[in-house]
Design a protein around this ligand. Structure first.
Ligand code: UD1
Length: 422
């Protein structure tokens, strides 16, 4: 298993190009299942999660071709051979559940393995299933699989989610495009990835209104056609690289970044004393001399502070002047990076969903273990600012969500290298 070796201390200067959003691409790819026509996605990120979704779609008989070095994905579901998503693939990636809605909507049946738990919490899929039932699907949970059917097709309905779920909104939104009649999704997720999905579906002929607000209305159509769609910028990759100069000092321009993708996050960075300037090329981030201010952060669905940036923000606050608090409201077990940061000299107290971080002058390098995707990159960021060497072990999580992280950071002067494991 590979590790990443980081030697801290260098200020960062340069440009970092931000890729297309992993989480958008993972919901845009299953949209191919809704149509016979070709779906082309440009600005796709090159990540192992995208590869996993490719394998899943291919296992159903879809064609998926990676063109232009993986930047463009050409998908076609004109000759599907199966409506069953096997456990062996689904267990690798929870987003696999996103094939359920499209398969059911187009074929009237689907069998999808239940994804099971994951490192950051139980993460059930009940909201996905309840939403599809509200569209008339019959569901049966047997042998670890969801057996879903709608022999006469799905019917529009009104669904009020009890709390915001990105994945459930995406699954039900895709299904509703081919349901008969009108579907209203209330308390829908408003994430930019949902807006991106709705845009793509509309280009395919779907009738959708209200994406980006809490109420989305879908008028079902009989068939959808192919389309070409550009994947939205990855706001989590953007926020992660904005934190690099914030932690290490220096100035980095994140190319393709837009403040509107991360308004609350940008406000918090500014409160901490980081300067952010929106330029025609992206977002320019700089840290002035001196320690940053402590700030309080609370994760929330969009437009709130993203849970996927909580670990990286904690790495920044470890060296702030004073006490910061981080409240994690989305996932119940998302502080596993805290004990690893403490191995580097951070002072962190975790009680339930709240972490209190008392800033220290400087972190010290140490061997640490990556426990999940965002935790692994938070340890890299911490290592870049720490004194001495940090070896981040078990970085296979990192490759699920960050492409060429060593190249992007070393181009700005960071000392970071991948150590091949056995
Ligand atoms: C997506 C993102 C993930 C991000 C998360 C929250 C993708 C591929 N992943 O995950 O990176 O951290 O949004 O912004 O886009 N829940 C239920 N029942 C359900 C569904 C969700 O209880 O049926 C709970 C989850 O356990 C969690 C909360 O709802 O506590 C929000 O999860 P959700 O928004 O659904 O996250 P994902 O779509 O899985």
């Amino acid at each position: 298993m590979d590790s990443i070796l980081v030697t801290g201390g260098a200020e960062l200067r340069g440009d970092i190009p931000i890729a297309g959003a992993k989480n958008a691409c993972l919901t845009l790819m299953p949209a191919t299942l809704l149509t016979d026509g070709p779906l082309t996605l440009t600005n796709a990120p090159r990540l192992s999660d995208i590869q996993t979704m490719t394998v899943l779609l291919q296992s159903l008989g879809a064609e998926v071709q990676a063109l232009q070095d993986g930047r463009v994905l050409a998908l076609s579901s004109h000759a599907l051979t199966s409506q069953r998503a096997e456990y062996d693939i689904v267990r690798k990636m929870r987003a696999s559940i996103l094939v359920l809605g499209p398969l059911l909507a187009r074929y009237g049946q689907a069998e999808v393995s239940l994804p099971g738990g994951c490192a950051i919490g139980a993460r059930p899929v009940d909201l996905h299933l309840n939403g599809l039932e509200a569209l008339g699907a019959k569901l049966d949970l047997r042998d670890g699989y969801v057996h879903a059917s709608a022999p006469k097709g799905l019917k529009g309905g009104t669904i009020e989610f009890p709390f915001v779920s990105v994945g459930a909104t995406e699954n039900v939104l895709m299904a509703a495009t081919l349901a008969k009649g009108t579907t209203v999704l209330k308390n829908a997720a408003r994430e930019p990835e949902i807006v991106d999905l709705a845009r793509c579906l509309r280009a395919m002929g779907a009738q959708i209104e209200g994406e980006g607000t809490a109420t989305i209305t879908v008028e079902g159509v009989d068939t959808l056609n192919g389309a070409t769609h550009q994947v939205v910028t990855d706001r989590i990759e953007l926020g992660t690289y904005m934190l690099a100069p914030a932690i290490c000092g220096g100035q980095v321009e994140c190319l393709g970044g837009k403040r509107a993708l991360l308004e609350v996050f940008c406000d918090k960075l500014e409160e901490a004393g980081i300067s952010i300037e929106e330029t025609p090329r992206g977002l320019k981030v700089a840290r002035k001399n001196g320690r940053i201010n402590a700030v309080d952060v609370e994760t929330a669905p969009f437009p709130g502070f993203p849970t996927d940036l909580q670990a990286q923000m904690m790495a920044l606050l470890c060296t702030a002047n004073g006490k910061s608090t981080l409240h994690e409201n989305i996932f119940e077990n998302r502080f596993m990076h805290a004990p690893e940061l403490m191995r580097m000299g951070a002072e962190i107290d975790v009680h339930g969903g709240t972490a209190t971080v008392t800033g220290v002058e400087r972190l010290r390098g140490a061997p640490v273990m990556a426990t999940d995707l965002r935790a692994s990159v938070s340890l890299i960021l911490a290592g870049l600012a720490a004194e001495g060497e940090t070896m981040v072990n078990r970085v296979y999580h990192l490759d699920r969500g960050y492409e060429r992280v060593e190249e992007k950071l070393s181009a700005c002067g960071a000392s970071i290298e991948r150590v091949q494991g056995s």
